[in-house]
Structure formats: structure tokens, C-alpha cells
Design a protein around this ligand. Structure first.
Ligand code: SF4
Ligand code: SF4
Length: 213
């Protein structure tokens, strides 16, 4: 920002789970933008959809509020901060779009109770030790072992988040015509392109440990 003062706007990955995340550093990046008086466009407010499908304990927290969707709390959280001029969100169907218009047309920042609920949800998610993969798939094309990396991470996350439900079955399905986690030859190509700076090689060992016993 100091070297390029002509920058007019900054686009940041910014959501409640990444706000204090050590690798994404949402808060710190945002604070730099504030310091340099740059408006911010938010990307990944629902973290590639990961903040929509929540584990039961976290879902219970949002259900105790006033009936908003999980996406609405994630997107309104990001949009509640000063200096955010736009909150980008991928929507896959008409229902998602109508939901989005519903709470963004006459936008209201999160109130205190809603901020507290988001904070509780965040703690629950972090306590589950889920892999912070956003399913961008940047790592997939360069993998010599043809491992569907984000899909296998999603299997382990699903296993951990939902008490073991479904993860193993989906692992079998996804690896029947592609590489397994144990096929990794540890070339490291995936880690050089991962925007979340995940230690993919070591995480794949955990995946293999869980599903290839
Ligand atoms: S380190 Fe493993 S997962 Fe990553 S690109 Fe190489 S073979 Fe694929
Ligand atoms: S590059 Fe990283 S964040 Fe993107 S899909 Fe691969 S592991 Fe996930």
C-alpha cells in the first residue's frame, strides 16, 4: 500500500472464520486497508460455502436467533465492518439469490446478539479442527498422482464435523476413479499454489490414516 498508493480498492478474503486465522489474516489485512484509507471488496464471505452447512452444535446457535439463513449471518458479518463497499458471494440458484436480496436490499449490520452468536459458531468450528480448504481447486491440475485433494479434505471434514457420518463412504466413491491420499508422492507442487497455505502433504497423511486403515 505504501509502495503503490495509486491502488484504488482492495479485495480481501474476509469472513468470520478467517478473521483471526493465522494463515489468512483477515483482520490484519483489513486493518492495513483501513490505515491506508482503501475501500475493501470482500470475497469468500461464506468461505466457499463452508459456512453454510454447519455441524449441529453450531446450527443450534444460529437457530436460536431470528430465523436468518447461515449464509445471511456470514455475509452480513463481513458487510457490517466499516469501509466494506461490496460483499461478493457465489449463488448457485434462485433460492440463494432471493435469500441474498432479502437481507442485503435493506441492509442491517449484525446486532450485538448476532455478533455473539457468530463468535460462538466460530469457536465451535475451530474446536473441530477442520481443514481450512476453500475448494478453489488450484492444487488439483498439477498433481501427478491425480488426487482430488479438496474433495478428500471435504470427506475428512465431513467425518469430523458430523460424527463420522458419510465421510468414509464418499471417500470410497471419490477415490474409485482417482488418486487416493496415500498415492501422494510428496512432490509439494500443490502447496506452492494453495492460497490457504495448507500443509497438504501432511494433511493427506491424516486423510489416509482415517480412511485407508
Ligand atoms: S504433494 Fe502429493 S498431493 Fe501435492 S501435488 Fe504432489 S503428489 Fe499431489
Ligand atoms: S489449493 Fe488449497 S484451498 Fe484450494 S482446493 Fe487445494 S487445498 Fe484447498
Amino acid at each position: 500500500m505504501t509502495e503503490y498508493p495509486e491502488v484504488e480498492v482492495v479485495q480481501l478474503q474476509f469472513n468470520y472464520l478467517d478473521y483471526d486465522d493465522a494463515s489468512v489474516q483477515g483482520r490484519l489485512n483489513y486493518e492495513v486497508c483501513l490505515k491506508h484509507k482503501k475501500p475493501v471488496i470482500v470475497m469468500e464471505p461464506v468461505r466457499g460455502g463452508a459456512l453454510v452447512k454447519l455441524p449441529p452444535a453450531a446450527q443450534k446457535v444460529f437457530d436460536s436467533l431470528n430465523g436468518g439463513s447461515n449464509a445471511s449471518y456470514a455475509i452480513r458479518y463481513a458487510a457490517s465492518f466499516d469501509n466494506i463497499i461490496m460483499t461478493l458471494s457465489g449463488m448457485g440458484n434462485m433460492e440463494m439469490m432471493l435469500d441474498n436480496i432479502g437481507y442485503m436490499k435493506d441492509f442491517k449490520p449484525l446486532n450485538e446478539a448476532e455478533f455473539q452468536a457468530v463468535s460462538k459458531v466460530c469457536k465451535i468450528l475451530k474446536s473441530q479442527n477442520l481443514i481450512g480448504c476453500t475448494d478453489c481447486k488450484y492444487c488439483v491440475a498439477g498433481c501427478p498422482a491425480n488426487i482430488p485433494i479438496p474433495t478428500l479434505f471435504a470427506c475428512l471434514n465431513s467425518h469430523n464435523a458430523y460424527g463420522g457420518w458419510g465421510g468414509g463412504m464418499y471417500y470410497e466413491i471419490h477415490t474409485s476413479s482417482a488418486g487416493k491420499a496415500s498415492d501422494c508422492v510428496e512432490c509439494g507442487a500443490c502447496e506452492t499454489v494453495c492460497p490457504q497455505h495448507l500443509e497438504i502433504r501432511s494433511l493427506l497423511k491424516k486423510v489416509a490414516q482415517q480412511f485407508e486403515k
